[in-house]
Write a protein of this length. Structure first.
Lengths: 422, 303
């Protein structure tokens, strides 16, 4: 089917591309200069962007479908303007076997919504001791390897994993945190949380582990991807490694880019997340790093849990914040509108950089590119209402925040997966 | 005052008003018949998700002295994990028509969560490492009895500062009352950052020097061996309050301990029973202070 999107303001990683009529046919952008189509949509000057790819989402399948299912998670992603999400492998059981990866990808194809990509475990059972069957996992469709949720305590295993993954053309993503320094910490360690009596997780737990992992990376030809960077000192280490030409990339989450440890004053486990919300200076460093490209990618770390689990006490409530449905409007409003981060830079970090990192085409608006597109409304101001989420996690730290930039139409390979056009 | 969760929003006038009531309650407790009808018809629930005998007994007795009905619930958070949540438990009890919940939990913030879920008054009887406001109130009340005004007084608190809600609440309240609070303990049991303006030191002598009062904290036995400290002997060697060490403080400076005491660990045994020890006075005052808290929260609240 062909589709014409009329009067759209095009923005991609290169910035504003002007107003155009975009013709979509056979799953690709056929023309940026209009043309005949079976269907047409009036964009009315709204922004047309390459749809996003989330490198880091927990869709909880298999095993924890009470928190999220492929159907709800991929539908939520589509509503958030994502054409694809990389599903983390810390499921039950973990995705450490080729047949498990094939199985979840097969089920996801039938689920609708955004496209699902699979990350596989780096080590068997994500235990950090013995490498998983990386070659077979890659053949089954795994696009990256990670023991996310767990920390890779054995540096020797990580070094082997980086070398093996490099031979397969896949990055290794790490949750960089020293488990010993973290201890039983559940919040960022700072004077505020000491007063609150919540066990602290110091910034150095992240930076010390990043420093180690960057040294391990030097021993290999691999590509190290640092998940959910949260500290100023971590940003500094990544910037320096990049100056030295190391093959390292980093992501930042919507919550670390918009919230700080001050939110913990409420003692509400809604804000309990790993790594924890840090201080204002850390948030500033992350925003600057995103603007400058030291942080390559915005990834959600969408981590849904049931409402009952999040209503447990602070020590027992699980870590995680869901954000697939608010990530773009949140960052568009808080970073682009309020802080002057160029929109092209945000589109780069959400659409092109994550695709490049996985060796995928797309993320740009040009003839012949895949028609993964999102139309967002930069003027309609709407409050975040978790009750309306497609995700099973109907709560949000941003509930009630008035945001601009809500996606009104999402296309995956030219097919409409989300439409909220008035 | 709707709840007693911690001391945020408190000022000296509120402390003074509460202590005035506590003195009146103390007078009641000195009578042959120690019960007054003040809270007749009111219901107080003690809900302890973490074991405690002292605090629970003190609260229940305080409520009974005021003629309130008392119901109690005990259960560990870990047993709750399997089925009923803390929220379910509290809402179930609330359905019985409870006016005040006295809550103890091993996680910081549970009383705050309860205050969001319940219409009744919530009294924090200790939440994780965070706060134990009635303990701090009874400590400050006892210190004022012994020393008078606490403005400018140096108070040394010694022991496992990192894990202690008593240290946090005392630092907050004593700081509010103008005292200079020093927190001393072995480095692994000290937070890396100070709280509530208190001074942190691993050098016990520095904290004790010219102190107006010394408070030793209970140290959990499991932390003394194989945990974050090498051994009990190592702790005693560096941080036990002994006659010699107490001599660094001002002459006659009183010694406090929130209990229960590990004899000959935190404090040299003879000192604990000596004339400078206010340990039993603290227990006695605890009951009066808790009666005052219940009175302030419930007697003025519409039935």
């Amino acid at each position: 089917m062909s589709l014409l999107i009329r009067n759209a303001r095009l923005v991609d990683a290169r910035g504003e591309r002007g107003v155009a009529d975009v013709l979509v046919a056979d799953g690709r952008i056929a023309s940026l200069a209009g043309g005949e189509a079976e269907r047409s949509i009036e964009a009315g000057g709204r922004l047309l962007l390459p749809a996003f790819l989330d490198l880091h989402a927990h869709l909880r399948t298999p095993g924890e479908e009470q928190k999220e299912s492929l159907e709800t998670g991929l539908r939520a992603a589509a509503a958030g303007g994502f054409a694809a999400v990389v599903m983390m492998p810390n499921t039950r059981p973990p995705l450490d076997a080729p047949e498990a990866v094939r199985g979840v990808l097969r089920r996801a194809r039938a689920a609708g919504g955004a496209r699902a990509l699979a990350a596989a475990a780096l080590t068997k059972g994500q235990e950090g001791r013995a490498l998983a069957e990386l070659r077979l996992l890659a053949e089954a469709g795994a696009v990256l390897f990670t023991d996310d949720g767990r920390t890779n305590e054995d540096a020797g295993v990580l070094a082997d994993g980086l070398r093996y993954a490099a031979a397969l053309g896949r990055p290794v993503a790490v949750h960089a945190e020293d488990a010993g320094l973290r201890g039983e910490g559940v919040v960022h360690e700072c004077p505020l949380t000491e007063a609150l009596g919540l066990p602290g997780n110091p910034a150095e737990a992240e930076s010390a582990r990043i420093a180690r992992d960057l040294e391990v990376l030097r021993m290999t030809e691999g590509h190290l991807h640092l998940q959910h960077l949260s500290t100023k000192s971590g940003v500094r280490l990544v910037a320096e490694a990049k100056r030295r030409g190391r093959r390292v990339s980093a992501e930042a989450t919507p919550h670390h880019l918009t919230l700080t440890v001050d939110a913990l004053k409420t003692l509400d486990p809604l804000y309990k997340v790993a790594p924890p919300l840090r201080e204002a200076a850390d948030r500033e460093a992350l925003i600057e790093a995103l603007a400058e490209g030291v942080v390559d990618v915005v990834a959600t770390d969408h981590a849904p849990h049931t409402a009952a689990e999040k209503a447990a006490d602070f020590l027992r409530a699980p870590f995680g914040i869901p954000s697939l449905e608010v990530a773009f409007p949140l960052l568009f409003t808080e970073l682009v509108e309020k802080r002057g981060v160029p929109l092209g830079r945000l589109v780069e970090a959400m659409a092109r950089a994550p695709r490049r990192l996985l060796g995928l085409e797309g993320g740009v608006l040009e003839e012949g590119a895949p028609a993964d597109l999102v139309l967002v409304d930069p003027r309609e101001r709407r409050a975040v209402d978790p009750a309306g989420f497609f995700s099973k996690a109907k709560y949000s730290p941003w509930a009630g925040w008035e945001l601009l930039g809500w996606p009104v139409l999402t296309l995956v390979g030219g097919e409409v997966v989300h439409a909220r056009l008035g | 005052m709707r709840h007693l969760l911690d001391f945020s929003g408190w000022d000296r006038a509120r402390v003074a008003a509460l202590f005035k009531t506590a003195r009146a309650m103390k007078e009641v407790l000195s009578r042959p018949i120690k019960t007054v009808p003040t809270l007749k018809g009111r219901t107080v629930a003690t809900v302890f998700f973490e074991p405690s005998t002292r605090t629970k007994t003190s609260f229940e007795l305080a409520a009974k002295r005021l003629s309130a009905d008392v119901v109690s619930f005990s259960g560990s958070s870990s047993s709750l994990k399997k089925g009923e949540s803390i929220r379910d438990t509290l809402l179930t009890l609330a359905a019985y028509g409870v006016d005040a919940f006295v809550i103890r939990a091993d996680a910081a913030g549970v009383p705050h969560q309860a205050a969001r879920w319940l219409d009744a008054a919530v009294i924090n009887a200790g939440d994780g490492r965070r706060a134990h406001p009635t303990q701090a109130l009874l400590d400050a009340f006892t210190l004022e009895e012994a020393l008078g005004d606490l403005e400018g007084r140096k108070i040394a608190i010694v022991g496992d500062i990192l894990h202690s809600r008593v240290a946090r609440s005392n630092a907050e309240l004593l700081g509010l009352l103008g005292a200079e609070v020093w927190l001393a303990g072995p480095p692994p049991l000290l937070p890396r950052r100070p709280f509530f303006g208190a001074r942190l030191t691993a050098r016990l002598e520095e904290a004790l020097k010219d102190a107006d009062a010394v408070m030793a904290l209970r140290i959990q036995k499991e932390r003394l061996s194989g945990g974050r400290l090498p051994s009990e002997e190592d702790y005693r060697d560096g941080y036990q309050i002994t006659e010699d060490r107490l001599a660094l403080a001002k002459p006659g400076a009183p010694l406090l301990h929130p209990g229960p005491l590990n004899r000959d660990v935190e404090i040299e045994g003879t000192l604990a029973d000596g004339p400078r020890s206010l340990v039993l006075r603290q227990v006695e005052n605890g009951q009066a202070v808790r009666m005052a808290v219940l009175y302030h929260l419930l007697a003025r609240r519409a039935a």
